[in-house]
Design a protein around this ligand. Structure first.
Ligand SMILES: Cc1cc2nc3c(=O)[nH]c(=O)nc-3n(C[C@H](O)[C@H](O)[C@H](O)COP(=O)(O)O)c2cc1C
Length: 291
């Protein structure tokens, strides 16, 4: 049976539907092989890629609570060389329709640029998503994204290193997320992803911190209205810049909420960790109802 066309053009490519798998919740795709039909979704955003391999934080790395989940994975990843030589070629070989966005982190402005430079031009990559919620080690560990000047420097350094589209991923903690989106656009970003996790802390019954690292990032249902508001503000403030909405999606109805706020694409993260077939069901529902 012919499927209804719910595709959209963005970042110079055709996304067969508006649903993405959010950064860090689908690994590099291989982890989901045989569990989820990757080519059913519009695209996959990889785990964060850093210049050097990272072990990540001590366990436990995730803790559930009623509103969602707290995580502190610590940006564990194999590093840019292995991603370039192994993980992205696998995706390129395996995917026919789903697009691939590579999530990039750095601990200095230059590191972002260097990761982008080393991956530039690989056929698997549709765009780079810059994770600006990473601590700036040369500014006492404050998030890069909290400082408009840092956001602009990261985007423009990356802009100089690639002709592929750049997507700036912003934190929901910013007092004026619209202004930061405008700054990212002016520095050369093609699109914005909103939002990343919110900082949080949970204790267990014995009074011990539930995560090995202590604090972590809140994801899941609690983020839904926050993410929708952020998307709406960015779309209004930038006059319609493409935005990828993410945070708290659990159903096609949630995806539609983001689309109504003006998102061009919508990503699902935490809910798909608990139920790996959820993305396929969401795509099915979007197709059934013509989105
Ligand atoms: C376990 C886990 C790992 C994540 N890793 C990354 C990452 O590597 N890079 C990034 O930009 N966001 C990362 N995120 C944030 C998600 O991409 C997403 O922005 C956030 O979880 C909100 O969406 P959700 O409520 O659907 O999970 C991670 C989230 C979780 C739960």
């Amino acid at each position: 049976m012919k499927r209804p066309d719910i595709s959209r053009e963005l970042l110079g490519r055709r996304f067969q539907n508006p649903l993405l798998l959010a950064a860090g919740t689908a690994g590099f795709g291989r982890e989901l092989n045989g569990i989820l039909e990757l080519d059913r979704v519009g695209g996959l955003v990889t785990k964060a890629v850093s210049l050097q391999p990272r072990q990540g934080n001590v366990a436990p790395r995730v803790a559930e609570f009623r509103g969602g989940m707290l995580n502190s994975v610590g940006l564990a990843n194999p590093g840019v060389e292995q991603v370039r030589n192994e993980f992205l070629p696998w995706l390129s070989h395996r995917l026919r329709r789903a697009q691939v966005l590579v999530n990039v982190v750095g601990f200095t402005v230059e590191e972002y640029g260097e990761v982008v430079r080393r991956l530039d031009g690989l056929p698997a990559i549709t765009a780079f998503e810059l994770n600006l919620s990473c601590p700036n080690t040369s500014a006492g560990g404050i998030e890069f994204g909290a400082d408009v000047g840092c956001v602009q420097r990261i985007v423009s350094v990356c802009r100089d290193r690639t002709r592929l589209p750049l997507v700036a991923k912003l934190s929901p903690l910013l007092p004026d997320i619209g202004a930061v989106a405008v700054a990212a656009r002016d520095a050369g970003a093609d699109a914005i992803t909103a939002v990343n996790t919110l900082p949080g802390l949970l204790f267990d019954h014995e009074g011990e911190r539930r995560l090995g690292h202590g604090n972590g990032g809140i994801s899941g249902p609690a983020l839904l209205p926050l993410g929708i508001l952020a998307v709406s503000r960015i779309v209004d403030r930038t006059g319609g810049m493409p935005v990828i909405g993410v945070g708290g999606v659990r159903s096609a109805a949630d995806v539609r909420q983001y689309l109504r706020a003006g998102a061009a694409l919508v990503a699902v993260g935490t809910a798909a960790l608990a139920d790996p077939h959820l993305p396929e069901r969401i795509v099915h529902d979007l197709e059934r109802d013509g989105v």
